[in-house]
Design a protein. Structure first.
Length: 428
């Protein structure tokens, strides 16, 4: 039941999802840029930063605990404060001789905190808003999550690039960048403390206190009800394979843009990378996602699944031309990034709507966490191998391989089962 007057979602949804987007993009994507600028090899970058997906893969194991113990608000506020400490630790240990393993340890802790923050924040959204409010604010939620991505992958990387130039020392630049991020996370945690509603909730179980035996039964029932869904094997195969090519491209795109021409890259500066890939690229991703969501809401998922799968995968082929010609003009690289990210956003909309379909029924919060765990697994394992494949094939050969990897995605997109009109807006 509500303990205090419910605060307007306009007040807390933006800051909550901004705080969800920033740590994720920093740990998964910006860490790649940081390690590249600090001299780590592509093979190590691909392997170890992909392992940072693991908390998102296994978060379904502890997601029922968040449903059954405490409140969503206490969980996400605690995790956001821990994230501030994590980035502070990463910043302070960047100058160390064994910085790679020390900062990875902090990012590892941050990944667990960020994954838990995602579960609790999504749960708050589901229990604090009525169904019609959830639909209304889904655009605002997605927009501020993407703004978090722009902040992390764009603004923060641009700051790092500025510090690299002004300090003349990449190590000091990235150390101060992480410390700045820690301060930003602390401020956002305070904002969420004052703006998010205080609610007592457990949407999945009766309001009365449960015995330990009942809690255990509910814990296992979460998984039983998910893995007995109709066509679950085919559905999970779709979740794992849909982004097989993209999962490898996303790990090596940053090293490719930043690497020297002699090494097959485009030799783009850190600040230019932040502008092209982290700002303009993310805006294109956002626009593609908005367009994809509108399209599905108008026609349903069935009509657009294959076109969206093509939209997500075909633009990746443009990287082959970039790697082969290595143009000096930033407009060429920027154009490819915009097209690829726009297509990715449009195609990803179908993927996210399917995950929502997969979470339908009881234990919505936990089932959505399980589905997104498989989504993270589909990114983790291919990403772990991407650096080794790139070093073996070179950038041109690697991007050709990424194009080949889209074939299974198209096959599974044509085979997966779901209500063809799912996601279509119905008239009342």
């Amino acid at each position: 039941m509500t303990q205090k007057p419910v605060k307007s979602p306009w007040l807390w949804v933006p800051s909550l999802y901004l705080t969800e987007g920033i740590p994720y993009i920093l740990i998964i994507v910006v860490s790649v840029v940081m390690y590249k600028k600090l001299g780590v090899s592509n093979a190590d970058i691909g392997l170890y930063t992909s392992l940072l997906y693991l908390p998102w893969v296994i978060k379904p194991i502890w997601s029922p605990i968040i449903d059954l113990v405490g409140t969503k608000r206490k969980w996400f506020l605690s995790m956001q404060f821990i994230l501030a400490l994590v980035f502070l630790g990463a910043g302070l240990t960047t100058p160390a001789s064994n910085f790679f393993f020390l900062t990875l340890a902090f990012f590892w802790m941050g990944a667990f905190a960020s994954a838990t923050n995602d579960i609790a924040s999504d749960g708050m959204y589901l229990i604090a808003l009525k169904p019609e409010q959830q639909s209304f604010f889904v655009g605002l939620r997605g927009t501020f999550y993407r703004i978090g991505m722009i902040t992390g992958q764009g603004l923060i990387v641009i700051i790092a690039g500025y510090l690299e130039t002004s300090l003349g020392d990449n190590t000091q630049a990235w150390s101060w960048t992480m410390i700045i991020v820690a301060g930003m996370m602390l401020i956002l945690t305070a904002i969420n403390y004052f703006t998010t509603p205080v609610v007592e909730e457990n949407e999945e179980v009766p309001a009365e206190k449960l015995s330990r035996a009942e809690e255990r039964a509910n814990f296992f029932k979460v998984f039983e009800t998910f893995f007995t869904k109709k066509n679950i094997a085919l559905s999970l195969t779709f979740v794992l394979i849909y982004r097989l090519g993209e999962s490898q491209l996303v790990k090596m795109a940053s090293p490719f843009l930043l690497d020297e021409k002699a090494d097959g890259g485009l030799a783009i500066s850190t600040s230019d990378y932040g502008l092209i890939y982290g700002t303009v690229g993310v805006i294109a991703l956002l626009l593609g996602g908005i367009l994809g969501g509108i399209t599905i809401s108008r026609d349903g998922l069935g009509k657009w699944m294959i076109p969206m799968a093509l939209s997500l995968n075909l633009p990746n082929l443009l990287y082959i031309a970039l790697a082969y010609f290595q143009p000096d003009n930033l407009l060429f690289a920027g154009g490819v990034v915009i097209i690829e990210q726009l297509g990715y956003g449009f195609g990803f909309a179908a993927y996210m709507v399917f995950l929502i379909y997969l979470a339908e029924g009881i234990f919505k919060t936990s089932h959505y966490a399980i589905a997104t765990g498989f989504m993270a697994m589909g990114m983790m394992f291919p990403g772990m191998l991407s650096g080794y494949i790139q070093e073996w094939l070179g950038y041109t050969g690697f991007f050709i391989w990424v194009g080949i990897a889209m074939i299974p995605a198209l096959v599974i997109a044509a085979s997966v089962k779901y209500p063809r009109g799912f996601g279509k807006k119905t008239e009342k």
